[in-house]
Design a protein around this ligand. Structure first.
Ligand code: F6P
Length: 321
């Protein structure tokens, strides 16, 4: 089937770099003589026909902006048969030949269902700060989020060292410890607690007390949000060690801000790659980067749980403390 008109949407949690991805899809799509439609507020916007034809000018000045000009949402309705039917009707009514879905694995699960049910060509672009898309090394936004968290941790280090304190710093990642592990290593942090590994506070406290005995007085423990709540962990550390503990929850700060060069370039390459996929008749897959190359991963594989190689990472954090 010839592709004349495509639509692009951003869904799920926003990630810095989504805007450059939209820019690439729109400008490259137009360059390839396609009509490009923007869908506002993710799947909700498709269901409710919040659509607009985008021109090259409509994506001017967004390459350096975090967030997404198309807005985004988590849409429970799209997970229902009725929601998908309405989305399909909107696609048909607006003569859309293919969809480009910029988001994470939750978004791709929806796109995969939609494709299976209605045979609408869908191509995903992996974008999520969690870096949890299976088969892909880096999602758009991860690098920016990690650097944002790291900048904060470097600042916390100044006060932790000066006042000889223990800090528990909670970073994002409900199901993935990627941000936590990466910033723990890059930030020279003393410990890291992630959902993929059993939390052993006895071991953490043993190290703190032992460290104190040999003159190590300040600690930064990185906690992925899926491994516990910073306040609970801090209280337990204080109970077990008798030492004062402070907490910082970085939260949604990590989702915003100017995308780094890496996040932007990745987004710009993947935007083009996704348009090429649709033109070539490819569908039901995600474009991303693996081993330094642009790669295509079937939705079915991309939505499986991504296994982090945590052991080496964790050992290195502890060895270098
Ligand atoms: O987009 C991923 C993410 O930022 C996770 O790291 C976090 O657990 C979740 O989204 C938070 O979602 P919300 O913004 O809907 O609270």
């Amino acid at each position: 089937m010839a592709i004349n008109k495509i639509a692009v949407l951003t869904t799920g949690g926003d990630a810095p770099g989504m805007n450059p991805a939209i820019r690439s899809v729109v400008r490259y799509g137009i360059n390839q003589k396609l009509e490009v439609m923007g869908v506002f507020r993710g799947w909700w916007g498709l269901i409710n026909e919040e659509l607009k034809i985008l021109s090259s000018r409509s994506v001017s000045g967004i390459i350096n902006q975090g967030g997404t000009i198309l807005k985004t949402a988590r849409c429970a309705e799209f997970r229902t048969e009725e929601g998908q039917k309405r989305a399909f009707e909107a696609v048909k009514k607006n003569n859309i030949d293919g969809l480009i879905v910029i988001g994470g694995n939750g978004s791709f699960a929806g796109a995969h269902e939609f494709y299976k049910r209605y045979n609408i060509p869908c191509v995903g672009i992996a974008a999520s700060i969690d870096n949890d898309v299976n088969g892909i090394d880096y999602t758009i936004g991860t690098d920016t989020a990690v650097n944002t968290a790291l900048e904060a941790i470097d600042k916390i280090r100044d006060t932790a060292t000066s006042m000889e304190r223990i800090f528990v710093v909670e970073v994002m990642g409900r199901e993935s410890g990627f941000i936590a592990l990466t910033v723990a290593l890059a930030g020279g942090c003393e410990d890291v607690l992630i959902p993929e590994r059993e939390v052993n506070l006895n071991a953490v406290c043993h190290d703190i007390v032992h460290g104190n005995l040999v003159g190590k007085m300040s600690w930064i423990i990185i906690l992925a949000e899926g491994a516990g709540k910073a306040d609970d962990i801090a209280r337990q550390i204080t109970d077990m060690t008798g030492l004062e503990t402070r907490t910082v929850v970085l939260g949604h700060v990590q989702r915003g801000g100017r995308p780094t060069a890496f996040s932007r370039d990745l987004a710009l390459h993947l935007g083009k790659a996704a348009v090429d996929c649709l033109i070539e008749g490819k569908k039901d897959l995600v474009v991303g980067i693996a081993a330094g190359r642009i790669t295509e991963v079937n939705f079915e594989v991309a939505i499986k749980k991504k296994e982090l190689k945590i052991d080496n990472f964790y050992r290195l954090v502890k060895t270098l403390t």
